[in-house]
Ligand binder design. Structure first.
Ligand code: MF3
Ligand code: CO
Length: 249
């Protein structure tokens, strides 16, 4: 069952999402060569403490941090570490969520560390555009498959692939609710989108093939071919006249 949120509930989710969105504004300047991903985690830890919110990921199924920091061939769920140091030319996906007044916010974006290759530039731009197209398809009366198809189309038309094993999700009083929001699928299929549905749309786009595997730490997801992957995520509410992105500052 897909839980429909009332306008006041959507407003509460916007407050949670705005805190997540603001974090991405602030972490931006810390993403540079020589910085360990644990330093980014420390900034997230201070940020949630300062704002009096709870990090959404720490403790979730035993996940040990507030952030996921996934470098290059790492797709999602990279664990911040003092020994993983960002280097010029890397890309790093940062995923962050909070809980405020019982509602979840969740977002992700992939950053360039200094100057990156043209191919990596294209991967980041395509993944962000795939998310924009998916949000553009998030309209009442459309179907869930229209969102999935928009992402897949955008990624594959640039010669990239979309991850199959991890998907977006409904979000509300829990981090993951129905429905699953795959980044692949057919237009015109699946449940009809209705005002009050709130979806975390999160394209994960690979430079090479779509297969992924989980490393022995039990969390870090990497591409099987070890080519690079990018990840952008926003929380989007379906409204009577379109949609609203809830995870902007
Ligand atoms: N944005 C991811 C998600 O919604 C973050 C989950 S990381 C976890 O699934 F560690 F909390 F699992
Ligand atoms: Co998510």
């Amino acid at each position: 069952m897909i839980i429909i949120k009332s306008p006041p509930e959507i407003e509460a989710m916007r407050r949670a999402g705005a805190i997540v969105g603001q974090f991405f504004e602030e972490i931006n300047k810390h993403v540079r060569s020589g910085v360990a991903t644990l330093h980014l985690e420390e900034i997230a830890e201070e940020y949630v403490a300062k704002l009096g919110v709870r990090g959404a990921f720490k403790g979730y199924h035993g996940y040990p941090a507030n952030l996921c920091t996934s470098i290059n061939e790492e797709v999602v769920h990279g664990i911040p570490s003092g020994t993983r140091v960002l280097r010029e030319g890397d890309i790093v996906s940062i995923d962050f969520g909070v809980v405020l007044d019982g509602f979840y916010g969740d977002a992700a974006r992939t950053y360039a560390v200094g100057k990156i290759s043209p191919e990596s530039e294209k991967l980041l731009a395509t993944t962000e555009r795939a998310l924009e197209k998916a949000i553009g398809a998030s309209l009442p009366g459309n179907r869930l498959g229209d969102i999935s198809w928009a992402v897949q189309m955008e990624a594959e038309s640039e010669g990239f692939s979309v991850v199959r094993d991890f998907v977006g999700h409904g979000i509300g009083k829990t981090l993951h609710e129905e429905p699953q929001v795959p980044n692949f699928g057919s237009a015109g299929t699946g449940p009809k989108l209705m005002p009050g549905m709130v979806l975390a749309i999160e394209p994960m786009v690979n430079e090479g093939g779509y297969p992924v595997e989980v490393l022995s730490d039990g969390w870090t997801v990497v591409t099987r071919d070890r080519k690079r992957s990018a990840h952008f995520e926003h929380v989007v509410a379906i409204t009577p006249d379109g949609n609203r992105i809830l995870s902007l500052p």
